[in-house]
Write a protein that binds this ligand. Structure first.
Ligand SMILES: *Cc1c(COP(=O)(O)O)cnc(C)c1O
Length: 234
């Protein structure tokens, strides 16, 4: 028996229970398997167990694995790591989602470099929700203007917001960080035409997915609870 398959089952149960406890619709929270530092074999194993959406943080590592796994065309790749603007072309070409856009220049490059004939690239604007000094993400007060600008780029589809709350915070404060991200999405939606309304909150990881779901997460990004502790940091 594969422990990755067992872990997928138990994380799926955690998600289902948290969704019901929050009074939300079954199936409204999706699992993004964060496969950074994991070999392509772990991804195939997870795919055999029915998990098809994978999040990667490091571009070269991701491209290597994408190249090794072309025999599973159902895989859906999400880029979730910091983005250098000279690396946008490969991201625009090889991914379905990018959760970590935090400035307009990167969004414009992804838009310009998305190949013709591919569907719009799904985007989350990453927000530095706890305003930590050296953290990725735009400042909360910049988020509305940035979201409105990104929503106009034709080859992108702005889907929502992403955040990684300060992991040092006590649980209750972390939950408030998730709530602030949800409030920010609401504020942005008040300014967008209804057909462009943001439907996504990418928040919650192995240790805090229940709190994130209680506050409205639609993607939880889970690594350790699926694949075990990582050897490398990141
Ligand atoms: C590594 C990572 C995760 C997964 O974290 P775990 O604690 O291993 O579940 C989620 N999101 C991002 C952006 C990450 O870099």
């Amino acid at each position: 028996m594969s422990s990755i398959a067992d872990n997928i089952e138990s994380v799926t149960r955690r998600i289902q229970k948290a969704t019901i406890d929050a009074g939300r619709d079954a199936g409204s929270v999706k699992l993004l398997a964060v496969s950074k530092t994991r070999p392509a074999d772990d991804i195939s194993t997870a795919a055999l167990a029915g998990q098809l959406a994978f999040g990667e943080n490091y571009l070269q590592e991701a491209l290597d694995k994408i190249g090794q796994l072309t025999d599973i065309p159902e895989l859906e790749w999400h880029f979730i790591g910091p983005i250098q603007s000279n690396k946008t072309r490969a991201i625009a070409e090889h991914f379905s989602w990018v959760h970590s856009v935090d400035r307009l220049k990167v969004a414009q490059r992804l838009n310009d470099q998305r190949p013709d004939g591919q569907p719009p690239l799904n985007i989350c604007l990453q927000v530095n929700i706890d305003q930590e000094p050296s953290k990725s993400g735009c400042q909360p007060e910049e988020a509305i203007a940035l979201a409105l600008a990104i929503s106009e780029l034709p080859s992108l589809r702005l889907r929502g917001l992403m955040a990684i709350p300060d992991p040092q915070q006590p649980d209750e404060e972390r939950r408030q960080s998730f709530r602030r991200l949800a409030d920010l999405r609401h504020a942005i939606n008040l300014q967008l035409p209804p057909d462009l309304a943001l439907d996504t909150l990418s928040m919650g990881m192995s240790d805090d997915l229940e709190a994130a779901i209680a506050e409205g997460a639609t993607w939880v990004r889970v690594g350790t609870a699926l694949f075990g502790a990582r050897v490398k940091t990141g």
